[in-house]
Structure formats: C-alpha cells, structure tokens
Design a protein around this ligand. Structure first.
Ligand code: ADE
Length: 238
C-alpha cells in the first residue's frame, strides 16, 4: 500500500505510525508513507490560503496551491485505482468496514485540511472521497489521517497476528459485533479487587459463556445502536 499525505505539517508524520507493529510494517515496506509539504506549492507571491468568498471567519487552502501539489504526484499505476481522501466532519463516517476496504487498496492519496478547510472545487475536480472519523471537530486532517492509516494498515495480512485478524474478520463479516468483554491479568488480587473466579477455573466453556454474557451486557448498555444490529443479525441467522 502506498500512502501519500499532503499536509501543511509534514513534521507530524510518521508520529505514532512509526512505532510498534506499524513502525515495523513501515520499515519492511508493507506500506510506504510519502509526506508532501503543501507549503512548497504556494504560487509565486501568493499565500497557500485565502479568505472564504462571501465572507466568514477563517481561511481556506487555495485551489491553486492544492492543484500544484496534486500535479506533482507521479501518475497513478494503471493497474490500481488511486483513492483520494479528504478528511472532514462532513464526510461519511469511518468504520471497520471502510478500513477493510482501504486495507486492500494500493494507492491512497490523503489531503489534510487545516484552518476552515479547502476550496470545494478541489474535491469535485479530483473526485475526493470525504471521510469523517467522528462527530466532533478536529483542527485539521492530520490526526484523522493517522487514525485512518493505522486502522487500515493493521488489517493488511501479516501486520498483526492472525489471531487478532480472525477476531476482526468475524466483526466485519456480520457487521454487527459485540463490544469487548473485560480482561484481567496477574496479580489475581489487586487493591481489594479480584479477578472473576470463572477466569481462573480452567473451564474453557464457562469462560467463553462468561465473556459472551459480559460482551452482550456491555454492548446493550453502552451502545444500544450496536446492540440492535446484533439482535437483528441473530434473528436473521435463525
Ligand atoms: N477534520 C476536522 N474534524 C474532523 C473529523 N471529525 N473527522 C475527520 N476530519 C476532520
């Protein structure tokens, strides 16, 4: 997977993408990160940003700057579709399903907005897909880009252990999963809090049932939306 990031803040990368399993995947070229500094593309005597036509606060990244940055990219390999992504709260909500789709892509170009955003004509001209990572407002696209890259790259086979991937797969296949059950490690007693005895019983079936019951209870109380999907998927399966 080749990921190109267009940003006003190139120093923000690779950041957390350069450590642990993702850092290793980066070293081993499982994915590549090319970071392009948008400041290099301001036109002579012009700024990278401009005020919004029609008035309003803040500044927008200008179409001319962005056009020059996009034009500097090598042409896409004809055998792979280039996916152009722009992060904004207006986009479709990012999900595990979306991460699976992008984990199978080979050429991803990410444009990180800043200030109040960018000139909309860029999104239209280059057919950017707009993605939001949640219903809240960030200062720019960099953090969203990192969340997107991490969630997608960890699904590339071999990046994390097969065990984790398999759990993931069941999550996506049903698109109606439960939230995770609570986990404990040693010591068995800590600050008057004990590990639930069933987890120490050695009875694998009892452990499986306890975890399922916990996952169901947590999902039902914390995420009624996921719980409804889960119940519907169980009903459909019978
Ligand atoms: N940029 C600003 N807020 C954002 C969000 N919630 N998701 C993606 N990109 C953003």
């Amino acid at each position: 997977m080749r990921v190109t990031v267009l940003t006003l803040f190139p120093d923000a990368f690779p950041g957390p993408l350069g450590v642990s399993l993702l850092g290793r995947a980066l070293e081993n070229d499982v994915f590549t990160l090319r970071i392009i500094d948008l400041k290099q593309f301001s036109q002579e005597g012009e700024r990278v940003d401009g005020s919004p036509c029609g008035g309003g606060c803040g500044m927008l990244l200008s179409a001319r700057t962005l056009e020059a940055a996009i034009a500097s990219l090598p042409p896409p390999d004809p055998s792979f579709a280039r996916q152009c992504i722009y992060f904004s709260p207006r986009g479709a909500l990012f999900s595990q399903k979306t991460a699976h789709f992008f984990s199978q892509q080979h050429d991803i170009v990410i444009l990180c907005g800043r200030y109040e955003g960018i000139d909309t004509r860029i999104l239209e001209e280059y057919a950017f897909t707009e993605i939001s990572i949640g219903d809240y407002v960030l200062m720019g696209g960099e953090i969203a880009a990192m969340a997107f890259i991490e969630a997608s790259v960890r699904l590339i086979p071999g990046v994390v252990s097969t065990h984790d991937s398999l759990i993931e797969d069941s999550f996506v296949a049903s698109s109606a999963s439960l939230l995770e059950y609570p986990q404990y490690t040693h010591p068995v007693r800590w600050r008057k809090r004990s590990v639930p005895p069933v987890l120490l019983s050695g009875d694998h079936e009892a452990v499986r049932q306890w975890r399922l019951a916990q996952a169901r209870m947590i999902t039902r109380t914390r995420r009624p939306d996921l719980w409804s999907k889960y119940v519907a998927s169980k009903l459909n399966a019978t």
